[in-house]
Design a protein around this ligand. Structure first.
Ligand code: HMG
Ligand code: MG
Length: 284
């Protein structure tokens, strides 16, 4: 099993996107700056999506302009289409992410198009990113369960993972968007996806408190990149009932207890987590 794991920090994006209260741009910047001092190498900072769909991310450009960049950190942004890509590049995102779904219901609810339409929309984004030497990460949501369509067939996940890899994504993050996955459903899904040989990450929401167990299964399957959010912040406005991402502090503790090092300074992480929780009313 891997001796080193990478945590992709989600709090500024997945963590805050669903918050109803307006969070000041300067507070988002402070959160990213605190996270930049923890040893994290990857931070998802913002989304260049429609502000009508996700009002909380409307200040993405200002957030990226205001942060103090640590040269060892890659600052990422979500981009659903060419308009989002242009915004992210203008704001000097180091890498971008496109996001698809393994289920049609969530694809329609989240990005207002079918899975195949979304892949067609991503093709020019990947081509433009390649021309600009910008790495692109891919997400697949609803890898085990969809709030609209029910259980997701593993073959559907494999199809979208392969499509994103074929488009040029350097890694595909497998999203348990609802947080209903179990070690068994994750294992069955990975049986269909791991043989593709595509670099994978795990993105587990923790609605039912099983995200750490699911990470353990992913680790056993050779996955060593995990998305997590300080304070457990997060949720998607188009996945009703979903709780936050798995908590970064808990993932670090769990990995290090297994002898998997993360390079993260726990005290600095706790400072970032305290600040993140203060932004959303103490949620942990
Ligand atoms: P649409 O309405 O079908 O698209 O939305 P449209 O092209 O007709 O545009 C509608 C309006 O949005 C227009 O403005 C566009 O200009 C504007 P209007 O003419 O009405 O004033 N627009 C944009 N504005 C800013 N930036 C853009 C952009 N594109 C269009 N990039 C669209 C389609 C994809 C835009 C919309 O559905 C959308 O923004 N969806 C994003 C939803 C979202 O961000 N969800 C959360 C992130 S995904 C997630 O959390 C899951 C993940 O964590 C993994 C997991 O947990 O599974 C990643
Ligand atoms: Mg998510």
């Amino acid at each position: 099993m891997t001796r080193h794991a990478t945590i992709f920090e989600m709090a500024p994006r997945d963590g805050l996107q669903n918050e109803k209260a307006v969070i000041a741009t300067r507070d988002k910047i402070r959160l990213v700056d605190l996270l930049s001092q923890t040893g994290l190498r990857k931070i998802e900072v913002a989304s260049f999506v429609s502000p009508k769909w996700v009002p909380q991310m409307a200040d993405a450009t200002a957030v990226l302009a205001g942060i103090t960049r640590n040269p060892g950190v890659s600052y990422a942004a979500l981009t659903p289409n060419m308009r989002g890509f242009e915004g992210a590049i203008t704001a000097h995102a180091d890498e971008i992410a496109v996001f698809a779904s393994a289920s049609e219901g969530f694809s329609q609810a989240n990005i207002n198009c079918s899975i195949d339409e979304s892949l067609a929309r991503f093709a020019p984004v990947l081509a433009a990113a390649r021309a600009a030497s910008i790495p692109v990460r891919g997400y697949v949501s609803c890898v085990t369960d969809c709030p609209y369509d029910g259980p997701t067939p593993p073959a559907d996940v494999a199809r979208v993972v392969q499509a994103l890899a074929d488009l040029g994504c350097y890694e595909v993050s497998l999203g348990d968007t609802l947080g209903h996955a179990t070690p068994q459903t994750i294992s069955t899904m990975l049986d269909a996806v791991v043989p593709l040989g595509v670099p994978l990450a795990g993105h587990f929401h923790d609605t039912r408190g099983r995200a750490l167990e699911n990470i353990a299964v992913a680790l056993e399957n050779g996955i060593s990149v995990f998305d997590a959010s300080v304070g457990g912040l997060g949720g998607c406005p188009y996945a009703p009932g979903a709780a936050g991402n798995v908590t970064t502090e808990a993932v670090v503790d769990m990995l290090e207890a297994r002898g998997v090092e993360t390079g993260i300074n726990r005290a600095a992480l706790a400072r970032a987590a305290d600040f993140a929780c203060s932004l959303v009313g103490g949620k942990t």
